[in-house]
Design a protein around this ligand. Structure first.
Ligand code: WQD
Length: 337
């Protein structure tokens, strides 16, 4: 298939492009480089030996999207482009609602105009909101997120579902990511936060490389085995492969399809720290601090539906996640620069 990847130079987007190319798909991509670097394109070429067609474009500029669709016969879109820092979204809600909602509205209206009606959307487990029931499965109600970033994911799910209700020719796949971590085994691509990392694992790897003094563990008084938050960490290459599986399964089908992409296993913050130390031999200094506003105690996936319907089962364990994360970080101490 000829696949358009929005946000193609981002963390998940770049890893998914590698897997699309490995699986014989033709890739067009665009990005505005708000949270990524052009160097990623060179790395993708080095890893795969293949070229992609790339446009520097912003989904807030409909005319830039029109150029892409006028110049290419696109079969499906995998939509990653969006702002995704939880903390930043609390400080800048207008930026997040404008970019993520208006951007997606632009994209789907240009898709509709060009009769491109297969979209795979990068959603998030954050749509489940505060839940006391784990593991979470796709039948569980979409809650209220604890931040504007999460709210934009919920709204985008509703918008895309309404597309199909209005026109049954649409194929909408909503992929709810749990916690993506790690990097491609080559260490050539990986997560490159533009500021101090919000997320746990890039923070740990920056402590390990010496860019940050220690890790702050946000609370150890949660109702969990060691008191720290429990999450479902999934290797980013497994996550990327989940997109290929979902895209292939969508062919010839119409409707709205929702899948958790996780491992079904939860690890606490301290278990993640110890796993990283074991995999790398590097001691991670940390301090226990107050809880972070908006955090929940435990969240991990019920993975049965993805296994049953699209044949997806995460293959990479926590040791490989930590080794690949460290391999990327030590080869790129300052990211893509
Ligand atoms: C994981 C655990 C923290 C940082 C969010 C979004 C989700 C997705 C991933 C984009 C929690 C603890 C963290 C730190 C810590 N976003 N922590 N010290 O909050 O589960 O999910 O990021 O793709 O949609 O909601 O991920 O990595 O921020 O936190 O103790 O410096 O690590 O309290 O228990 P989270 P996270």
């Amino acid at each position: 298939m000829k696949v358009l990847v929005s946000g193609g130079t981002g963390y998940i987007g770049s890893h998914t492009i590698v897997e699309l190319l490995n699986n014989g798909h033709e890739v067009i991509a665009f990005d505005n480089f708000y949270n990524s670097k052009p160097e990623v394109l060179n790395r993708i070429k080095t890893i795969t030996g293949k070229d992609i067609k790339f446009y520097k474009a912003d989904m807030l500029k409909k005319d830039e999207l029109e150029v892409i669709f006028n110049e290419n016969e696109i079969d499906a879109v995998i939509h990653f482009a969006g702002l995704k820092a939880v903390g930043e979204s609390c400080r800048k809600p207008i930026l997040y609602y404008t970019n993520n909602i208006c951007g997606t509205l632009n994209l789907i209206s240009v898709m509709d105009k060009h009769n491109v009606r297969n979209i795979v959307f990068s959603s998030s487990a954050t749509v489940y909101g505060e839940t006391d029931t784990v593991p979470v499965d796709e039948t569980m109600p979409v809650g209220h997120a604890t931040n504007p970033y999460g709210e934009t994911k919920i709204m985008q799910e509703f918008i895309l579902s309404d597309l199909y209700k209005a026109n049954n020719n649409w194929t909408v796949t909503l992929l709810r990511y749990f916690n993506p971590v790690g990097a491609h085994e080559s260490g050539l691509i990986g997560e490159d936060p533009q500021n101090v990392p919000n997320n746990l694992t890039p923070y740990i790897s920056q402590v390990a490389i010496g860019r940050l003094p220690h890790l702050n563990v946000f609370g150890n008084d949660y109702p969990t085995p060691d008191g720290t938050g429990v999450r479902d960490y999934i290797h980013v290459v497994d996550l990327a492969i989940g997109h290929i599986k979902a895209l292939d399964a969508s062919c010839g089908k119409k409707g709205v399809f929702i899948y958790n992409l996780g491992t079904g296993k939860g690890y606490s913050v301290l278990e993640m720290v110890h796993a990283f130390e074991k995999a790398t031999g590097i001691k991670i200094n940390y301090k226990i601090t107050d809880r972070r506003a908006g955090d929940i105690a435990i969240l991990y996936a019920d993975t049965e539906k993805a296994k049953r319907e699209i044949g997806f089962v995460a293959q990479r364990g926590i040791d490989e996640m930590c080794r690949d994360l460290w391999n990327w970080q030590k080869k790129n101490p300052h990211g893509f620069e």
